[in-house]
Design a protein around this ligand. Structure first.
Ligand SMILES: Cc1cc2nc3c(=O)[nH]c(=O)nc-3n(C[C@H](O)[C@H](O)[C@H](O)COP(=O)(O)O)c2cc1C
Length: 457
């Protein structure tokens, strides 16, 4: 049996270990900061300097908890969760995500330190305002768990969550994923949808929250696979939804299918403040929390953290699918510059038209994509400059561009239609069989001499 207790399952243990092992990758801010935008501003200022440390704020005015943020801002840090280098991340993620591990229900755990069902006041929770343009304070690390009414399979997904009243939260299901499907089922059956909101858990549980698995797979089992251990869970008091026993804070309640409330605007992954919302209302019935939780916040907007958290599971799934169907594919990357709307794919094209077919595959599978650029394998898809150089020198618009229109896309794309339809384009920047350019080259000996000169400086 896997010794579950020996594998860390909570954020506190993760943070303590990470601080001990990688002190140079953790920034501790010990002076008091405001809960009104200071945290977003510090992370944005660091990013402008090209720095993405895990950032820990010891004192936040008005909050009784410290705040940890930017956990997912660096690919290297995410790769360390799997014990690999960033180049091995996709494979390591898929290997663990496939090993589904059923959680073990335990009677109690740290999240049961305080269980409150009467006299609830959500204003006692640690809440941050992230942007000047946000309507109100938001919980950005809200993983909603809902169970299928017939099978009990649990779905986990992130939903921006705004304080609406002392006992209610306004939220949005605009990505119209599996939680939205479960809500449609609840509407058909004329029942409220029970949910549990997990705020603050081990980073591998958080990655499972954005996993893309077939509808019906219990994503708590994916979390176990990612953790590499049987996850210990407790049942919530009203609806018996199983949640991590080691979570920081859990809210339990129901999404009222009939209620529509104002929600947004909120600073979104596009870099724009968006009020496109499904305007749902979550009535909270229980607050469960540790005695001393840490608020684990997700930096909003088009921050590296927000983009990476959604992107790593998406890229890992897509690159595996693509390589299975198209063995010529060598690499895939979604650049931060394109939010979730751009992808770069490298392939060793064996026959004319193959790059187009690969791009169409990607555009068909990923509903968020708008632009795919295909390049040869010698182009480093992780570098915008290299891909744009290939586009500049290999691509002829009249010949190498394909556009498909009228597809469902992200409703948050401010350039998409109000109902979220979009067009997609594929740009074939592979050289192709008739390309006759000769790369300007520097000899190996000259390069060695240059390196030696620079080493002596
Ligand atoms: C940090 C973060 C915040 C997100 N916020 C929202 C949100 O507010 N509303 C939404 O519908 N999707 C949001 N998403 C996307 C969903 O969580 C994601 O698409 C999810 O994995 C869908 O899963 P599902 O198909 O299992 O429901 C967010 C994703 C991340 C990583």
């Amino acid at each position: 049996m896997a010794a579950a207790a020996s594998v860390e399952q909570d954020f506190q243990s993760y943070l303590a270990r990470y601080r001990a092992e990688h002190a140079d990758d953790v920034l501790v801010v010990d002076e008091a900061v405001s809960s009104d935008q200071d945290i977003t501003a510090v992370v944005a200022a660091l990013a402008r300097e090209g720095r993405h440390p895990l950032t820990y704020f010891e004192r936040v005015e008005g909050l009784s908890t410290p705040v940890a943020t930017n956990v997912f801002a660096s690919r290297e840090r995410i790769a360390r969760l799997f014990g690999v280098a960033p180049t091995g991340l996709h494979e390591a993620y898929q290997a663990r995500a496939r090993k589904l591990l059923v959680p073990r229900v335990v009677a109690s755990g740290p999240v049961c330190d305080v269980v409150q069902e009467d006299g609830l006041d959500l204003r006692t929770l640690p809440l941050l305002r992230h942007f000047e343009t946000d309507r109100a304070p938001y919980i950005t690390n809200a993983i909603l768990i809902a169970e299928h009414p017939d099978t009990g399979a649990g779905n986990m997904s992130y939903h921006r969550s705004m304080l609406h009243s002392p006992t209610e939260i306004a939220t949005s299901l605009h990505s119209r994923g599996d939680l939205w499907r479960l809500l449609q089922l609840a509407i058909e059956r004329g029942r409220p949808l029970p949910v549990a909101m997990v705020i603050g858990a081990h980073p591998l549980f958080m990655l499972a929250g954005s996993a893309r698995v077939p509808y019906g797979t219990d994503e708590r089992h994916v979390a176990g696979g990612l953790l590499g251990a049987t996850m210990e869970v407790v049942r919530t008091p009203h609806h018996c939804i199983t949640v991590p026993a080691a979570a920081g804070i859990v809210l339990e309640g129901v999404i009222d299918p009939a209620a529509k409330v104002d929600e947004g605007p909120f600073g979104e992954f596009t870099g724009y403040s968006s009020d496109r919302s499904t305007n749902n209302l979550l009535r909270v019935q229980t607050i469960m929390r540790r005695h001393s939780p840490i608020l684990v916040d997700i930096v909003g907007g088009n921050s590296a953290e927000h983009l990476n958290l959604a992107r790593i599971p998406r890229e890992a799934e897509m690159v595996e699918k693509l390589k299975q169907r198209f063995p010529s594919v060598t690499a895939l990357h979604y650049p931060n510059s394109g939010t979730h709307f751009h992808a770069y794919v490298a392939l060793k094209q064996m026959r004319p038209g193959e790059a187009r077919q690969v791009m169409l595959g990607l555009m068909g599978w990923d509903p968020y994509l708008k632009t795919v650029i295909a390049v040869d394998p010698d182009v480093d898809v992780t570098r915008d400059e290299d891909v744009l150089w290939a586009l500049a020198t290999h691509f002829q618009p009249h010949r190498d561009l394909l556009i498909v229109d009228g597809l469902p896309g992200s409703a948050l794309d401010p350039s998409a239609s109000g109902v979220g339809t979009t067009s997609r384009m594929g740009l074939d920047a592979t050289r192709g069989a008739d390309f006759h350019g000769v790369r300007a080259k520097i000899s190996g000996r000259a390069s060695e001499r240059a390196e030696a000169i620079l080493r002596r400086r």
